[in-house]
Design a protein around this ligand. Structure first.
Ligand code: SAM
Length: 262
């Protein structure tokens, strides 16, 4: 059977082909033979093959049926477990503890995928991803900087996020229009600012950033009044983009407390 594969735009297929950047990614991941690793979107195997030179076994999650058929031809089930389907719906919790997650992610679903994976932080050892550089800038942004938003807060709440290096469009086939970047996420244990109720924390962060131009007083009106802001020592005229993660957690903890003792 022919091994030719035409890249599919709808699956965000930009295949990494530059050997220098493949090596840089593998060196950053630093696989060990017994690692419990899953690759999202192995595609034509740019990262998969060098990973399997060290790993005894690799889980992969792939949505493209042609690529799945190709992977099945090339790898035995002893070396590779193929999970066919959408990574956004995949239960990463089923893969056990100390999970290492890697992938040159399909850029069209990268943000929801990061939120999906964050749920499994307790089981994750680390994650290494190729993403659009602009997304990595949002993931690592500090308060009051242009890129700071919901993604920065929700990921930095749980993970140490490290922008490792940039990768030019020409390293991929077809080349994406934007520059990419390789990033590492390592769960923070223990969490530096644990939220009393993480669902409330997620709601507060979401509401605060839902209307970027609004002050906290307006954006969080359903949850807090001026007396609450005074007790928290947070200026209600600030905007979400000015708040540190620890301040979001203090707000969420006050709301959770009020919910628990109305
Ligand atoms: N890892 C390969 C590489 O570095 O060349 C391919 C990377 S390509 C950017 C993204 C890969 O993710 C493709 O193989 C694509 O078919 C797969 N993919 C796209 N959407 C997916 C989804 N929702 N779930 C799982 N895999 C997906």
């Amino acid at each position: 059977m022919s091994d030719h594969h035409t890249p599919r735009k709808r699956f965000g297929q930009n295949f990494l082909h530059d050997p220098y950047f493949v090596r840089s990614c593998i060196d950053a991941i630093a696989p060990r033979p017994d690692d419990n690793m899953v690759e999202i979107g192995p595609g034509l195997g740019a990262l998969t093959e060098p990973l399997l030179q060290t790993l005894k076994h690799l889980h992969v999650v792939e949505i493209d049926r042609d690529l799945i058929a190709r992977l099945k031809r090339l790898h035995t089930p002893e070396r590779m477990t193929i999970h066919e389907g959408d990574a956004l719906k995949f239960d990463f919790g089923s893969l056990g503890q100390k999970l290492r997650v890697v992938g040159n992610l399909p850029y069209n679903i990268s943000t929801p995928l990061l939120f999906h994976l964050a749920q499994y932080a307790a089981q994750i050892r680390d994650m290494h991803f190729m993403l659009q550089k602009e997304v990595v800038q949002r993931m690592t942004a500090e308060p009051s900087s242009g890129h700071y938003g919901r993604l920065s807060v929700m990921l930095q709440y749980r993970f140490f996020v490290d922008h490792l290096f940039d990768v030019p469009g020409g390293a991929f086939n077809p080349p994406p229009k934007v520059t990419s970047a390789f990033v590492r996420l390592a769960p923070l244990a223990p969490l530096p600012w644990p939220a009393r109720n993480e669902a409330v924390f997620a709601n507060i962060v979401s509401s605060a950033f839902s209307t970027r131009r609004k002050t906290l007083r307006n954006a969080l009106k359903p949850y807090l009044n001026d007396a609450d802001f005074a007790a928290l020592g947070i200026d209600p005229m600030l905007r979400a983009e000015n708040l540190a993660i620890e301040q979001f957690v203090r707000i969420a903890n006050r709301v959770a407390e009020a919910d628990a003792h109305p």
